[in-house]
Design a protein around this ligand. Structure first.
Ligand code: GRF
Length: 195
């Protein structure tokens, strides 16, 4: 029997990538189990979805902490409680302290809706349209202390079509994200890729 990796997911919003990971992890032969979902926003719709799926959830606001380090220490305490081996960021919209990011380097993944290294940061779908790109996609990558950087684990591509808006392109990419993230996490858990 394969020992499943214990994976925590960090979100700030909708949680559709989180849902894709939860769904994938239901398969008996999937190499990860989702042990908890943390949000830095109490109103993140993903929190209720996770709770309804029977997954432990936690919320903390950075406003209740004096600085980034102490907020991240609170997240670390939650991850310790869940005995997380790996962390998946799924629409988590807060920057980490360097110490936290370094501590999880090689054990923390993120998904970004562009073909990194193109279009880091906010509104990457709009950036792709503004650049006149013929294609876009998503990237699952290792998280290193620099934002949206770190080696790619897996990418999936989509065409950019005439008449696309940021919304239509985002929807096309999102469908690929929901395939890419579970696949990339499985590769990491099986030791097929490492940082
Ligand atoms: C996704 O597009 C993801 O790539 C980006 O933020 C969005 C989160 O969407 N980092 P969801 O919360 O997973 O639905």
């Amino acid at each position: 029997m394969t020992v499943k990796k214990r994976v925590a997911i960090l979100i700030s919003g909708r949680g559709s990538n989180m849902s894709a990971l939860i769904e994938a992890a239901r398969a008996p032969d999937y190499p990860a189990e989702i042990v908890g979902v943390f949000s830095n926003r109490s109103d993140a719709p993903g929190l209720a979805i996770a709770a309804a799926a029977g997954i432990p959830t936690a919320f903390r606001s950075h406003k209740d902490f004096p600085d980034r380090e102490s907020f991240d220490a609170a997240i670390q305490a939650i991850l310790d409680e869940w005995r997380a081996d790996l962390v998946c960021l799924a629409g988590y919209m807060r920057i980490f302290s360097t110490g936290f990011a370094e501590r999880w380097t090689g054990r923390m993944l993120n998904i970004h809706p562009s073909l990194l290294p193109r279009h880091k940061g906010l509104k990457p779908q709009l950036q792709a349209l503004d650049a006149g790109d013929a294609e876009s996609g998503c990237t699952v990558h290792w998280v290193i202390p620099d934002l949206d950087d770190g080696p790619a684990i897996l990418q999936r591509r989509v065409p950019i079509l005439p008449g696309d808006t940021a919304e239509t392109l985002a929807a096309r990419i999102l469908a690929e994200e929901h395939i890419a993230y579970p696949q990339a996490l499985a590769m990491v858990c099986r030791g097929e890729v490492a940082l």
